[in-house]
Design a protein around this ligand. Structure first.
Ligand SMILES: Cc1cc2nc3c(=O)[nH]c(=O)nc-3n(C[C@H](O)[C@H](O)[C@H](O)COP(=O)(O)OP(=O)(O)OC[C@H]3O[C@@H](n4cnc5c(N)ncnc54)[C@H](O)[C@@H]3O)c2cc1C
Length: 426
């Protein structure tokens, strides 16, 4: 098993990152109506009084929930099927860092810019600052060297709480270009709004299969759960994150694998001393070896989230079975204490030690669109380290594609699943 700190160098713009579990100080009470049987489960499409497009969204992570939100807002009848709880996996345990232009120059550039701006408008619409901790913030790249006992005298303008042995520092984002959300609260807030304002429903259950109507040119017509329940649908969206390849339907076309990453959440004794600065570290361990790239995100609640330490591991079937590796957590705590005396053990309480999986594809690009040869069956996965950033634009564009057959908000062609099919035919 290969283990490394997540490689997140903002200079190369290949970022990766992380987050927590039950939030000790929720910014909002998030009640999500979860029904075990829903009215549109028993009726095939086109029957009954409800003539709205029926869409079943599989997966209650940020990608599924953003898609459900925009589908429901635009008039579709939406059911989200989630096997555990909404935002139980990476979408609840991520860092929640957002950047306008860090994906520039690559296939994600336009999607990321659109999504960064969409986050801002969603925050206006849903009272992001108090609902889910949305805030613009400054971002710094900081080199910390454990073998030094104090900061270099050359390092200027570090926030006062960053009092560890920093040897270099430079600004890499401003409040105009970088921001943050609390990812679990963001995802749950969107789900709650989709349910309460636009009539979406959440079903807790495990998707086993997608059904197709052979008489209707093989068009999708249902989703089958592992307990035998059948949800009829005009369209199906598969947003299963790193579990996508567990559906044969997906793995027959392309691979999605999981990269496991770790995070801790700390509650410093004097949270008011921690200013809103995200830190992207280059961290040199005292014993030598490769530098590591942990990330540090203070949150508006006074908590500080730190992530890093990734490894390729098999994704367990049940998200509740994803447990952190003790050695990785130990290293993150050591990093915390070397960034700030306020984050040392004894000075700050550790409120979460956790791990989750980045959904990754073989070409490193998300897969978003209709599956070739499977009418009405859409996929959205492989967002790797930028799923919280790109959730809104992915969801808004996919909702357009499902409802109208084309997109105006964002160009999804770079993400088409057809690229894998075409490659395998060459
Ligand atoms: C440590 C870490 C830090 C990160 N930090 C950031 C960050 O700062 N900014 C950023 O933009 N991105 C960040 N990311 C990336 C981001 O978290 C992911 O890209 C994003 O959460 C993926 O969302 P998803 O909905 O595709 O997958 P997930 O969040 O994994 O959700 C998939 C959901 O599908 C459900 N599911 C799976 N199979 C089934 C089934 N058969 N039936 C029913 N339900 C099923 C799962 O239970 C799960 O809830 C980070 C990731 C990690 C790991």
């Amino acid at each position: 098993m290969e283990t490394k700190l997540i490689s997140s160098s903002p200079l190369t713009k290949t970022k990766l990152r992380h987050f927590l579990s039950p939030y000790s100080k929720p910014l909002i009470a998030t009640s999500i109506r979860c029904s075990l049987s829903t009215p549109n489960m028993s009726k095939p499409p086109g029957t009954g009084d409800d003539r709205r497009l029926k869409v079943v969204v599989c997966g209650g992570g940020v990608i599924g929930v953003c898609t459900a939100y925009f589908l429901a807002k635009n008039g579709a009848s939406v059911t989200v099927v989630e096997q555990s709880s909404v935002a139980c996996a990476a979408s609840g345990k991520a860092g929640g860092f957002l950047a306008l232009d860090w994906c520039d120059g690559g296939p994600l550039s336009s999607l990321a810019r659109t999504s960064f701006n969409l986050h801002r408008s969603l925050s206006d619409e849903l009272d992001g600052p108090s609902s889910y901790g949305y805030r613009p913030l400054d971002t710094l790249s900081v080199a910390i060297d454990e073998s030094h006992s104090k900061p270099s005298s050359n390092v200027k303008n570090l926030p006062s709480w960053v009092d560890g042995p920093a040897q270099k520092s430079k600004p890499i984002g401003t409040a105009q270009t970088t921001a943050q959300v609390h990812p679990q609260l963001f995802t749950r807030c969107l789900m709650t709004n989709a349910v309460e304002k636009y009539g979406a429903e959440v079903v807790i259950g495990r998707v086993d299969e997608v059904g197709f109507d052979e008489k209707d040119e093989g068009r999708v017509d249902s989703v089958v759960l592992n307990d035998g329940r059948v949800l009829y649908a005009d369209s199906v969206v598969l947003a299963l994150g790193p579990w996508s390849s567990k559906l044969a339907l997906v793995s027959s076309l392309f691979r999605v694998y999981g990269l496991k990453a770790h995070s801790i959440v700390l509650e410093p004794k004097e949270p008011d001393l921690i200013s809103p600065h995200a830190l992207f570290l280059t961290y040199y361990p005292a014993h030598g070896g490769r530098p590591m790239d942990p990330e540090v995100y203070p949150r508006p609640t006074g908590e500080v989230y730190i992530c890093g330490m990734s490894s390729t591991e098999e994704v367990p079937d049940d998200p509740e079975q994803v447990t952190p590796n003790p050695e990785s957590i130990k290293i993150l705590k050591q990093v915390a204490g070397n960034v700030s005396t306020h984050l040392k053990e004894g000075e700050a309480q550790v409120t979460a030690e956790q791990a989750c999986f980045l959904p990754s594809t073989d070409d490193g690009v998300p897969v978003i669109g209709e599956l070739p040869g499977m009418k009405g069956c859409f996929v959205a996965t492989g967002h790797s380290c930028w799923g919280i950033l790109n959730g809104p634009a992915t969801g808004a564009a996919l909702a357009e594609l499902v409802i109208a057959g084309k997109t105006s908000i964002a160009d999804l062609s770079p993400f088409s699943p057809a690229r894998f099919v075409l490659k395998s035919k060459r």
